[in-house]
Design a protein around this ligand. Structure first.
Ligand code: ZN
Length: 352
């Protein structure tokens, strides 16, 4: 199988041939159809964050594919079923967080494409319980961004505790933001989208943002205040200035929801204003399997749109450049030749 492998931090990714892996007990082998390219993958390639992945690593936490083989003891998944492999590749199932419905906070979790090999490959191994079924009516291409960008922003909107009629400001409308705008609308909020790219702001407006603010030409704090202020601000951009802008744009009782992870960043906010205004600062990390199931169900109902462009895995390094240059409207998705069995160049049956 082809796989894109990070051998050294900060260097180009190698696309190479590897043996198809074998599923162990409780695991499934998935023939991948698609995988989205997330900025998180670029952080993994560069070893940007304090906790670094072990190398060599196959990135990718927006994998979608077809279950091809079941490991011993797997009962909840069937061969031929379409599943998604999100960032949360496995959680322990027994700790206080797993038991009370916050498995995304489990301290013994494995993360696909970071702690364990992910979906920048034609096949991957997944823990069967954490390979989330993709319902009929959701294509493999649409399912890929929903698997991380979708579930992460869906959970952020939930964590923001938005009620109908409130105003939500979304800072950064790329892969995550274009979905955040839609989830904020779905819960009845008035939505203000903030970005520095005209094309992305146009996309946000098309997807239902009530107001857009170009932070290059306008002070977003002033612009949002003129519109009545924000009751929740969801930060999806990584520029250091954005976090403080989001805080300053909040009304009394406002919620600052932090999602994006700059390589290294600290937030300085005034305690006086935070206390007097009753502001909440909330960290929001991905979502649970049920959140992802809800995201897929909403998409199958036609409530969300996913904006993608497909690419070949062989072009992974070029694609990284495209993302870093901000030339990608929302999400790049790798579509694999193994996606359609009829189009396989060589039979890939040796492992069966
Ligand atoms: Zn746990």
């Amino acid at each position: 199988m082809r796989a894109a492998v990070v051998e050294r931090f900060g260097s180009l990714v190698n696309v190479e041939e590897r043996a198809v892996p074998q599923p162990g007990p409780g695991q499934v082998l998935v023939r991948l159809e698609t995988c989205g390219l997330c900025h998180t993958d670029i952080h993994a390639m560069n070893g940007d964050w304090p906790v670094k992945p072990a190398l060599p690593l196959v990135p990718g936490h927006e994998g979608v594919g077809i279950v091809e083989q079941l490991g011993d003891g797997v009962t909840g998944r069937t061969v031929g079923q379409r599943v998604a492999m999100p960032w949360l590749g496995r959680a322990c199932g027994d700790c206080r967080y797993c038991v009370d419905g916050r498995e995304n906070l489990c301290e013994k979790q494995d993360n696909n494409g970071y702690g364990v090999d992910g979906a920048y490959a034609e096949y991957m191994i997944a823990d069967a319980r954490f390979a989330v079924p993709v319902p009929d009516g959701v294509t493999a291409v649409d399912a890929a961004p929903l698997t991380f960008a979708g579930v992460t922003t869906y959970a952020a909107v939930k964590n923001a505790r938005v009620v109908p009629g409130e105003t939500v400001a979304v800072f950064g409308v790329g892969g995550l933001g274009h979905l955040a705008v839609q989830y904020a609308r779905l819960v009845g909020a008035r939505v203000i989208a903030v970005d520095v790219t005209e094309e992305k702001l146009r996309m946000a407006a098309e997807l239902g943002a009530d107001h857009v603010v170009d932070a290059r030409s306008t002070d977003p704090v002033e612009a949002i205040r003129r519109l009545g202020g924000a009751d929740a601000a969801i930060v999806l951009a990584v520029a250091p200035t954005v976090f403080r802008q989001a805080f300053d744009a909040l009304n009394r009782g406002g919620r600052l929801v932090l999602v994006s992870l700059p390589a290294d960043g600290e937030l300085t906010i005034p305690i006086f204003d935070t206390v007097l205004k009753g502001i909440s600062v909330i960290g929001s990390i991905v979502g649970t399997r049920q959140d992802l199931a809800d995201v897929f169900a909403l998409h199958a109902l036609g409530r969300t749109r996913v904006i993608t462009e497909t690419r070949d895995l062989a072009d992974v390094n070029h694609c990284v450049g495209e993302v870093l240059a901000g030339r990608v409207p929302a999400r790049l998705v790798f579509a694999y030749r193994t996606a359609d069995p009829a189009s396989r160049e060589t039979p890939v049956t040796a492992h069966v």
